[in-house]
Design a protein around this ligand. Structure first.
Ligand code: SAJ
Length: 401
């Protein structure tokens, strides 16, 4: 069995590696020549625990080959980003371009699967694109949608153990896709139609967004009421049927901060709660920015000099190097823009260099700063002790007490 994975990013590459590790011959395709070259050398271009040695092994054994163009295969998987355009409308142009890139290589009996998060109806639309160019393939290939649901940082375990939802355009397509995933997935494979699978993925992430928005809203209320939100949530969660998530400085990443818009764009009248949750989570980052700026002004008024400020963490969540849609990065950018002359140190222990931010070691920044804003709860920061001589803005609950 030979399969082509189009897109070697945070999901495509790990899935290609795990599939190759299960014995399937995998061709990993990416338009970025640097990513292809690095992968060919067995070097991981993303940060994901445990994956590096596995990549090396499958590349050395020839089970995974990286290229910039597809080759004829038994199965094709589209794993490319689906960002949003202005007005939060979904942009499926990468999915379409990736689909078009495999059309010349499709043969009778092939399996074609979209994994990219997509608005409802995308799989049917891509079938239309394929059959528009290759009408002779109509009814002769198997088209399905199978979203990924893995958590960055725990990808190997979750790719293997999570249940998966597989939506076929036909029952045959769902069965064929399920047989492919059965090579490396130990979780249950749930078969349905493509539209249900597409909405299922969007609903999973919207559900989490709404729940995080609830926690973030509580943090605003608690701030005004002078109540420790972390203690409040811990106590409320002692109720047997209450399970409130943790507030932070907003919601980031390429999934939860994006996918709900694919629902609100298509169903604006029906998705009021989902839209409001997005607003609450976006507002939380602005609120944090204002808190930092106010602390800086207050310090200057009291001390007659500008403060040294440490902004701790740029990644969108703990212990990863991913800055996509990161509220921490947004806060850092806005704080820096608003106070040109202030002495601001930016810290991101998971990244060596950044083209915009000059990065400082976390211990050095913590030692030197008058004001410390914890934006992302990286494990390194958990080793730091609370210091009474600093103004600490703990937006991510490092020092819950
Ligand atoms: N966050 C909070 N409070 C919490 C939990 C998370 O503020 O209690 C924030 C994080 O700091 C981060 C954002 O939410 O900024 C998203 O982080 P996450 O860990 O909740 O999720 P992602 O984006 O890393 O991965 C999600 C997962 N989806 C769900 O949990 C429903 C994952 O399973 C999906 O595969 C992934 O989206 C995806 O690719 O769609």
């Amino acid at each position: 069995m030979k399969a082509c994975f189009i897109g070697l990013g945070y999901i495509g590459l790990p899935t290609a590696i795990i599939a190759a590790n299960s014995g399937i011959d995998i061709v990993g395709v990416d338009i970025n020549a640097e990513v292809v070259e690095k992968t060919q050398q067995g070097k991981l271009h993303i940060l994901e625990p445990g994956l590096q040695p596995m990549l090396k092994r499958v590349v050395d054994s020839g089970k995974l080959v990286a290229r910039t163009t597809p080759v004829p295969s038994d199965a094709f998987f589209i794993v490319v980003p689906t960002p949003f355009k202005e007005n939060h409308l979904p942009d499926i142009s990468f999915v379409e371009a990736a689909t078009r890139s495999v059309i010349p290589f499709l043969q009778e009996g092939n399996l074609f699967v979209i994994e990219s998060t997509s608005p409802v109806g995308t799989t049917e639309a891509m079938a239309g694109v394929i059959y528009g160019e290759r009408p002779e393939l109509k009814g002769k290939i198997h088209i399905a949608y199978c979203p990924e649901r893995v958590l960055p940082g725990n990808v190997i375990y979750e790719l293997i153990h999570n249940d998966r939802v597989i939506g076929g355009l036909t029952d045959d397509a769902a069965n064929k896709a399920a047989s492919f995933y059965a090579h490396f997935v130990l979780g249950t494979l749930h078969k349905t139609n493509a539209r249900t699978a597409e909405l299922c993925k969007l609903v999973e992430n919207s559900s989490r967004d709404v729940q995080i928005a609830f926690a973030n809203e509580l943090s605003l209320i608690c701030d005004k009421a002078g109540i420790n939100v972390w203690e409040l949530i811990a106590l409320a969660n002692k109720h047997p049927r209450v399970n409130i998530l943790q507030p932070g400085c907003g919601v980031g990443g390429h999934c939860i901060a994006v996918d709900p818009y694919f629902i609100t764009a298509a169903f604006p009248q029906e998705s009021k709660l989902i839209a409001t949750a997005r607003q609450v989570n976006n507002y939380k980052a602005e609120w944090c920015t204002e808190k930092v700026k106010n602390a800086m002004l207050k310090f200057e008024l009291l001390n007659g000099r500008k403060p040294k400020v440490a902004l701790m963490g740029l990644a969108f969540k703990p212990d990863i190097d991913d800055l996509r849609e990161s509220p921490s990065k947004r806060i850092a950018t806005q704080v820096m823009q608003s106070c040109n002359n202030a002495d601001i140190m930016v810290v991101e222990p998971n990244i060596d260099q950044h083209k915009v931010f000059k990065l400082t070691d976390y211990r050095e920044a913590y030692d030197k700063a008058d004001i410390v804003a914890f934006l992302t709860a990286h494990k390194q920061f958990k080793t730091l002790e609370w210091r009474d001589n600093k103004i600490i803005l703990d937006f991510c609950g490092l020092f819950k007490k």
